[in-house]
Design a protein around this ligand. Structure first.
Ligand code: FEO
Length: 160
C-alpha cells in the first residue's frame, strides 16, 4: 500500500487525539465557568474524538501498518467567554475537514482504494461535527450576555 497515504492517516490519528485534548481543555474551562451542560457536552465530544482516533488505529493495524503516536501540542486552556471557546472549536473542526479532504484526495490520486473508501465515513462525520458546533455558536451569539438564555442552552446540553 502507499506509504505516503498511510503516513498521512497516521498523522490524522494524532490530530484526532489533539482534538480530544482541545475539547478536554474546553470541558475544564466550562466546569470552572460553572456551566455543567457545556462541561458534559465537551466531555462527550472529547470521547468521540478518541473514538475517531481508535477507528483509524484499528484500520492501520488491519492493513499491517504500525501506528506511531507523536507529541500532542498543549491546547488553548483559557478563554474570555464560552462563546470564544466554541468559536475556537468551530475553527478547529474546519481544519479537521480540510485535513480529511486532503487524505481523500491523496488516496484518490495514489489509487489507494481501501483508504479512499475508509475515509468516506469521516467525510460524512465532518458534516455533523461542523453543524453541531455551528449550532452552538449561533445559539451563543443570539444569547449574547443574557444569562437566562445561556442557562437554558446549558441545560439542553446536559442531555447529550
Ligand atoms: Fe474527529 Fe471532531 O473531528
Amino acid at each position: 500500500m502507499s506509504e505516503k497515504v498511510l503516513e498521512k492517516l497516521n498523522e490524522q490519528l494524532n490530530f484526532e487525539y489533539l482534538s480530544a485534548w482541545s475539547y478536554k481543555a474546553m470541558e475544564i474551562f466550562a466546569a470552572d465557568y460553572d456551566l455543567k451542560g457545556f462541561e458534559h457536552w465537551f466531555a462527550k465530544q472529547a470521547q468521540e474524538e478518541v473514538e475517531h482516533a481508535e477507528k483509524m488505529k484499528a484500520f492501520l493495524l488491519e492493513v499491517d501498518y504500525k501506528p506511531t503516536l507523536t507529541d500532542i501540542k498543549a491546547p488553548k486552556n483559557d478563554f474570555s467567554t464560552i462563546e470564544e471557546a466554541v468559536k475556537e472549536a468551530c475553527e478547529h473542526e474546519k481544519e479537521v475537514t480540510r485535513r480529511i479532504n486532503e487524505i481523500a484526495k491523496l488516496a484518490y490520486d495514489e489509487d489507494e482504494r481501501r483508504v479512499f473508501s475508509f475515509i468516506q465515513w469521516y467525510i460524512d462525520e465532518q458534516v455533523e461535527e461542523e453543524d453541531n458546533f455551528r449550532y452552538l455558536l449561533t445559539r451563543l451569539e443570539r444569547a449574547k450576555d443574557n444569562w437566562g438564555a445561556l442557562y437554558i442552552l446549558d441545560s439542553e446540553l446536559s442531555r447529550r
